[in-house]
Design a protein around this ligand. Structure first.
Ligand code: TYD
Length: 230
């Protein structure tokens, strides 16, 4: 994937003058959530590639973004104590606000499919695990577009940490310590929104991808049917 597709406003394929892509009125907004090491990024890429092959205009994006807020957030991964819990929450919300205004909403208005690696359920789970009230966090995020579909990839925290260490050859950062991820996973597990689809992330990449495609195909079929009915 071209890294320019990230946070660069709209990628070329989403621009108005492109007549050769399939568009969906109002767009389609799909997000991937879960603890660290579940394989979200791989699944985001595979889904975006598949949808592009099918002819759709797709924006692949992620949070935290690469904006100034996103850069500040990444500094927290090594020293989380430099800000208060509330300041940490505000940083994620400010980053999202810019992401929604500059990337997500314009792309959806242009009928594109937006696939995001993390969105507001991550804030509910991670900043919730950091001591803020999950319901309060959810309310603060009510100003942002609700996704059509949120995949929560589920694995045991110990397995996520093992993947981070072995596959990425990285040390888990402060957000990724097991005790923290256990709390994060617990909050993800308690979420009940009807746009959530849980998938066991311990399966093979192909198996998870197959389940993702099955669900997205159903959603696309419904969207297309609704269009026909109008
Ligand atoms: P991650 O997807 O691991 O990004 P990268 O691959 O660039 O490291 O996300 C970074 C971390 O940010 C992850 O541990 C979860 C955390 N996070 C929050 O705490 N709150 C949020 O709202 C978001 C979007 C992420």
């Amino acid at each position: 994937m071209n890294t320019d597709d990230f946070q660069s406003g709209q990628s070329d394929e989403c621009k108005h003058d492109r007549k050769d892509v399939l568009r969906i009125p109002g767009g389609l907004f799909i997000v991937f959530e879960g603890i660290d090491g579940t394989g979200k990024s791989t699944q985001v890429r595979l889904l975006a590639e598949k949808l592009r092959k099918l002819g759709y205009a797709v924006i692949q994006t992620r949070e935290p973004t690469d904006s100034l807020y996103g850069q500040k957030i990444r500094e927290l991964f090594t020293d989380r104590t430099s800000v208060s819990q509330d300041e940490e929450l505000q940083l994620f919300i400010a980053d999202r606000d810019q992401h929604v205004r500059e990337v997500i909403t314009p792309a959806l208005s242009d009928g594109c499919i937006v696939v995001s690696d993390r969105y507001y359920l991550s804030t509910v789970a991670y900043q919730g695990a950091n001591g803020m009230d999950p319901d309060m966090i959810l309310k603060k995020n009510a100003v942002f577009p609700v996704p059509d579909l949120a995949f929560i990839l589920e694995i045991k925290p110990a397995q996520g940490i093992e993947r981070i260490q072995n596959q990425r050859n990285e040390h888990p950062n402060t957000f990724e310590e097991e005790a923290n991820l256990l709390k994060v996973a617990e909050i993800f597990a308690a979420m009940e929104q009807d746009f959530i689809k849980r998938i066991n992330g311990a399966g093979t990449i192909e198996d998870v991808h197959r389940q993702v495609i099955e669900k997205v195909a159903g959603l696309l079929a419904r969207k297309t049917m609704n269009q026909g009915g109008n």
